[in-house]
Design a protein around this ligand. Structure first.
Ligand SMILES: NC(=O)c1ccc[n+]([C@@H]2O[C@H](COP(=O)([O-])OP(=O)(O)OC[C@H]3O[C@@H](n4cnc5c(N)ncnc54)[C@H](O)[C@@H]3O)[C@@H](O)[C@H]2O)c1
Length: 329
């Protein structure tokens, strides 16, 4: 039985806490949030005590094995350090930190304390993305060459408006399309160069938009589009290979489609009927992290993967700010 403490009960904390509450091998031993009144109902529903501070929780809870950090990004480091120094395994939401120095410190403190560190790059657990990676690995579309991804919706509203503070959140690129950077790195390996354009720094709030071009070491080109200028959330990808295309659009009824090139009559579109409604990817992700602790396995997404995704995101931000392409390798 894992005794899990969740810190931060906002959008992600509520999601993680609900996932743990549904697991047989987990006891949700507490939820920490400075807005205790707001989340007392959530805690009651999930049958867990609520605390206003991490220290309060750690003093009053008999056993904590894992601390799950769902705080705003700029607070990750301070709480990962507290948890790791107390000898607790850590699950931390993405992005791992606001800057690379903090991210490295987080990784090191977990190593020094011999505790596991898992980072919530959940896209690897979305059925459509997982399936696309599997199809790529099976050679379903031949050698991939060109990729387009899109992710976005409305500007996020959260506690203390922290997403709107670029110094705290890293904005659209570090916060949001880092999901796609991680997914694409998983599929295609390391990125060599980054070039990006966007609304960053142009005083366009509450509209945000970024278009990032990645050139992978293996020559693949990806256009990664992110937006906080729309209303409803959607995500898409299109991966074009020599012999086929993988196409996904979360706003469509039949979102993931693999189409073979040529011979339309005989080998047309192959629908892969996967839907996010089938399984909750956050549940799958957290289950996977717990199983890695139990069995001593390496996770599907490592802390170093999370660090590399940050490097790409921060290079994109630098490119936007300088107008230059940034070389990573
Ligand atoms: N993986 C994903 O799909 C995904 C989606 C959304 C957000 N995130 C990430 O999750 C993290 C949290 O984002 P969110 O949208 O849930 O934010 P949020 O603002 O909704 O929630 C943060 C919560 O932390 C609480 N809090 C602030 N300081 C605290 C402290 N010192 N101690 C205890 N509680 C404190 C706030 O009261 C708030 O309830 C961010 O790093 C974000 O990038 C990941």
């Amino acid at each position: 039985m894992f005794h899990v403490l969740v810190i931060g009960a906002g959008t992600m904390g509520s999601t993680h806490a609900a996932a743990y509450a549904a697991m047989d091998n987990v006891k949700l031993v507490g939820i920490v949030d400075i807005q205790t009144e707001k989340y007392v109902g959530l805690a009651q529903r999930l049958n867990a005590p609520i605390f206003a501070t991490y220290e309060d929780a750690m003093t009053n809870i008999e056993q904590v094995d894992i601390v799950d950090i769902c705080l705003p990004t700029y607070l990750h480091k301070i709480y990962v350090k507290k948890a790791a120094n107390a000898g607790k395994h850590v699950i931390c939401e993405k992005p791992l930190a606001r800057n690379l120095e903090d991210a490295r410190e987080i990784i090191e403190v977990c190593k020094q304390n011999n505790v596991k560190l898992f980072v919530g790059h959940v896209l690897r657990f979305f059925p459509e993305y997982k399936e696309a990676k599997a199809q790529l690995d099976q050679g379903a579309i031949g050698n991939p060459a060109i990729v387009r991804t899109t992710r976005g919706g409305a500007f996020p509203q959260a506690w203390n408006h922290w997403y709107a503070d670029f110094q705290n959140s890293g904005g659209l690129v570090l916060d949001m399309i880092i999901h796609d950077f991680d997914f694409l790195r998983w599929c295609f390996g390391d990125v060599e160069r980054v070039y990006a354009k966007g609304l960053l720094g142009r005083g366009s709030y509450p509209l945000e938009y970024s278009l990032v071009t990645l050139r992978f070491v293996n020559g693949i080109i990806a256009h990664v589009e992110g937006t906080w200028s729309h209303e409803s959330f959607s995500m898409k990808f299109e991966i074009a290979g020599k012999t086929g295309i993988l196409d996904y659009d979360s706003s469509k009824d039949q979102p993931l489609v693999a189409v073979s090139r040529g011979g339309r009559g005989s080998s047309g579109g192959v629908a892969v009927p996967e839907s996010p409604l089938k399984e909750n990817p956050y549940y799958t992700e957290l289950k996977h992290f717990l199983s890695c602790i139990e069995k001593g396995n390496d996770p599907i997404v490592s802390a170093e993967d999370a660090f590399e995704a940050m490097r790409i995101a921060l290079a994109a931000i630098e490119s936007m700010q300088t107008g230059q392409q940034i070389t990573l390798r």
